[in-house]
Design a protein around this ligand. Structure first.
Ligand SMILES: Nc1nc2c(ncn2[C@@H]2O[C@H](COP(=O)(O)OP(=O)(O)OP(=O)(O)O)[C@@H](O)[C@H]2O)c(=O)[nH]1
Ligand SMILES: [Zn+2]
Length: 201
């Protein structure tokens, strides 16, 4: 089931008009040459930035075969870069996600972990929720023994405005199932070894 499908009662023209209103509010002339196409550009960029609402997480987690691979160790995809938008200010936050799971029987193609991150990043988010949505999708869709996600991100709403702390980043984690065992958790944290240099500017 698609969540939060685009409103049937708000048209593309309504969105263009709303952008013109905002441009006027900030002191611009929305009809000057350089801004003429801006409402339409913003509309198109929103279709891209928020495309995650049109995607079901389960649909990107295509599994392999019948589970005969006999894999029961941790599978980890590190440093998956992403851009998302914070739901408080609609400003970007961006960084990397580390995503791991221990399969029960079925495994997914490696690219699907990055696709899962994209599905949730391309929505209005708070970082904590995005982190736990990723592990929940892995647990529920794959019936995994465990799932883990750590996200390290920088929030423009803290850099560019407000508190203006541009050297600070935010780390969130979600550990489910067997990742709550100290040994598995320790192995995961050792493998991802948070590194300040991975921050994407
Ligand atoms: N927990 C969490 N907070 C976030 C995230 N993104 C933005 N925020 C915070 O959301 C909060 C919103 O606070 P408010 O007081 O409602 O809004 P504000 O007046 O714009 O807050 P300031 O940013 O402190 O100026 C701020 O503290 C932001 O730093 C996120 O992903 N997770
Ligand atoms: Zn924000």
């Amino acid at each position: 089931m698609t969540q939060n499908a685009p409103s049937k009662t708000v048209s593309a023209d309504d969105v263009r008009a709303a952008v013109k209103t905002i441009l006027t509010y900030i002191g611009e002339n929305p009809d000057r040459e350089g801004l003429e196409e801006t409402p339409d550009r913003i509309l198109r960029s929103y279709n891209d930035l928020y495309s995650g609402y049109q995607q079901e997480p389960a649909s990107v987690l295509k599994t392999f075969g019948d589970g005969g691979e006999d894999v029961d160790e941790m599978i980890l995809q590190r440093n998956i870069p992403f851009f998302s938008m914070c739901e408080h200010h609609m400003l970007p936050f961006f960084g990397v996600a580390h995503v791991a799971y221990v399969p029960e029987s079925r495994i997914v193609g490696l690219s699907k972990l990055a696709r899962l991150v994209e599905v949730y990043a391309r929505r209005l988010q708070v970082q904590e929720r995005m982190t736990s949505q990723i592990t929940r999708a892995l647990m529920e869709t794959l019936n995994a023994r465990g799932a883990a996600c750590v996200i390290q991100a920088s929030h423009l709403c803290m850099f560019q405005r407000g508190i203006k702390k541009h050297s600070s980043d935010t780390v969130t984690s979600s550990l489910k199932g067997c990742f709550r065992d100290p040994e598995t958790r320790g192995e995961f944290l050792e493998l991802i070894k948070l590194d300040a240099s991975v921050r994407q500017f």
